[in-house]
Structure formats: structure tokens, C-alpha cells
Design a protein around this ligand. Sequence first.
Ligand code: ASP
Length: 430
Amino acid sequence: MTHRSTNILTILILVGLVAGALVGEYGLHAAGAVVGNDHWLKATGDLVLIRPLKLLIIPLIFFSVISGITRIGDPSKLGIVGGATLVYYLATMFMAVTLGTVLVTWISPGVLAPEIQESLRETAGNFAAGETATRSLGSAWMNILHQLIPVNIFEDMVKVRPLGVIVFAIAFGLALAAGGDKTKAARDICNACFEGLMILVRWVIWLTPIGVFFLVAWTVGKIGFESIVGPLGKYMITVLIGLAIHGFIVLPLVLWLCTGMKHHPYRFMWRMKRALMTAVGTDSSSATLPVTIDTAEGEGECSKRAANFVLPLGATINMDGTALYEAVAVVFLFQLFGIQLEFGQLLIVVITATLAAIGAAGIPSAGLVTMVIVISAVNMNLTGSPNGPLPVAAIGIIIGVDRILDMCRTAVNVWGDAVGAKIITRLAPD
Ligand code: ASP
């Protein structure tokens, strides 16, 4: 994409975001419109942007990972790149979740006047816990392991389970790299397919401004900005402060240190803005993935080898924003039910929230669902039963304002992936 068209696109996405927020707030929310999940604004946003982007996710993951692996080639180098990528994911998620836990314990957003606590607790019943309530820590591990060792790659593709597709693509990419001349044709085909897909991505990307407009208008119309000053305001602000510290201070610092202080982190953030704004608009790291790859390889100047490997993997497992959010939300809910967690329980929150973030898919509200794992684990520690003292249905309390937080945490998730790609570019340049 030329420099000029990139700039035009960026401006259009920004206009879409701002116009969507204004229409949502003043045209719908303030006007008292009833905006449900089946509202036409959301349906249009899905049709215009989410579905076309989703269409690209699986083919893109498949070919980009293979192309990334075969480009890296040398197995020992691959080991270093793979190891460094995993260390980066885990370390930054751990930092995010620790930051969230410290902030929520310190700010204590759930310690409110008794009557407010009571009225909030009453809303808990609205959450249909259903099947999710039965999820436990053991089954969460098993679920991740099953995805990591797939039995039918086509089933994973059909059901859009990226982890299995990634594992297969890594293994197949390694085999193609090891095959030398015999597999050269297949390597070339995969690289060419990847290039073709990226052209398709660049066409679809032009739909982003319109899609973002509809989706943001729907979200803001439904929730309204005033929720920030409502009874859940302190909780939302705690999450937002945590995300801001992680996104604007921690990750830039990590980038700066890990690239030998050569890269200006905020300049890189600015260059990644197209992907970050798309993340805000779509609430989904997976749907944003095509844009993230395009932006990282273009304006972000990440190497193809690093971007193709780190970004698809990152969109699925590296979720700093989600990890931080899960920690804040769970501790907040316990506070609301009058339980102050102690150090040991906070440690359980840190560990399980990281796991829950890894297990969360890169789709809207995924973090809200996997939070059940964290709640059950802490309940288990407190009473020996996963079902109390905090009922899983308590998640219903925060469901109403989740989408706005989801926009912000998804942006931090994507930013974390981009920082990873930039750092790994050092190990796998060009
Ligand atoms: N929406 C987030 C993402 O796609 C996941 C979540 O926290 O719900 O990255």
C-alpha cells in the first residue's frame, strides 16, 4: 500500500471511530433508544467488516505461519525465535496480570457503600452461566492441550480453532524447511498463497472505516459513556488505568530495552495505529490479525519472518490486556461480595488469569467467559468447592459494561503482539 493511501485509510478509520461514538452517544444512548444485541447497527457492522475479516483468518494463519517458518529455515535459529517468542508472551502477560492485581487491591473498586453493593449483586442473576459454570481449572488445561494436539486439522479449520491450525502449520512448515530441494515447490506455493492473501487483505481493509463506524455506534449506543460515572465506574476506571499503564509504559519500556534502546516505542505505536484502531472497532484480535500483519510489515517495518510467526500465534495466545482485565474483574467481584483476597489467593488469581487469557479466543467477550476458571480456582481455595462463595453468575454484574472495556483490552492485546513482532525482528531480520 502506498504511503498516501495508508494515510487516507488511517484518517477514515479514525473518522469512523469518532463518528460512531458520537452517533452512539447522542443519536442513540442519550435519545433513550433501545439497543439490543440484534440491533441493525451491529448486524451491519458484522456483515460489512467482521465476516469478511473472519473469512481470512484461517487461510491467513495457515499460510503466514508456514511462510514465516520456512523463511526462518535454519532449525537452531527457529528454536531461538520460538523460545524467545514464548518467553516474551508469558513474561508480558505475567507483568500485566500482576499490575492488574496490584491496582485492584490498592484502589479497591468493589468496596462500595453497602446499598450500592447490594443493588449490584442483585443484577448478578441475569447472567446465564449455563455450560460455562461447569468449567474448571483442570478442564481448562485439558481444553488447551486438546487444541494443541489436534486430531483433525480440517475440523479445526471448520470450527475456527486457530491453535490447532497453528500447531499443524508449524509442524508442516518445519517439514517443508527440512525437505530441502524436494519440498521447494511447496514452499514457493505457500509463500505465493500468503502474498495473494495479503492482497485480498488489503482490499478488505478498505471496509474497516465503515464497519468500525457501525460497531462503535452500536456499542456506545448500548452502554453509553456515562457508565464510567455509574456504580461500576470505579471498576471500569481501574481496568482502564491498568491498560493505560501497561500499554503506554510497560510495553514501550520492554520494547525499548529489548531492542537495545534503538527503537522509539511511541513512534512504533503511532505507526501501528491502523491495527490498534481496528482492534478498538472490532473487539477481536483474530479479526484484526489481517490488519495487524499488514500494518506491522508495512508502516511498522517488522520483518516478514518475525511478523508471520509472532502475530498469528500472538493473536491467539498472547493477551496482555485480557490477562490484566481478568485479574481486576475477579478481585473486584470478590470485593463486592465482601471478600478481601489474601496474598495466596491473589497468587492463584495471577496464575489462573494468565492461563485464562491464553485460553481465551481472540473474539469479543472471550475474556468474560474464561474468567469462570479464575473464579472457580479462588473459590476452590477458599471453601474447597468451585461454586462459592462467589457464584459464577456474579459475572452478570459486569457484563453490561464489558464491551467498552473489551475495545480497550483488545487494543492492548494487539499492541502486545506488535511489540513482540518488533522485538523478534531483531532475531529474525528481513
Ligand atoms: N476481545 C479480546 C480479543 O479478541 C478477548 C477478550 O478479552 O475478550 O483480544
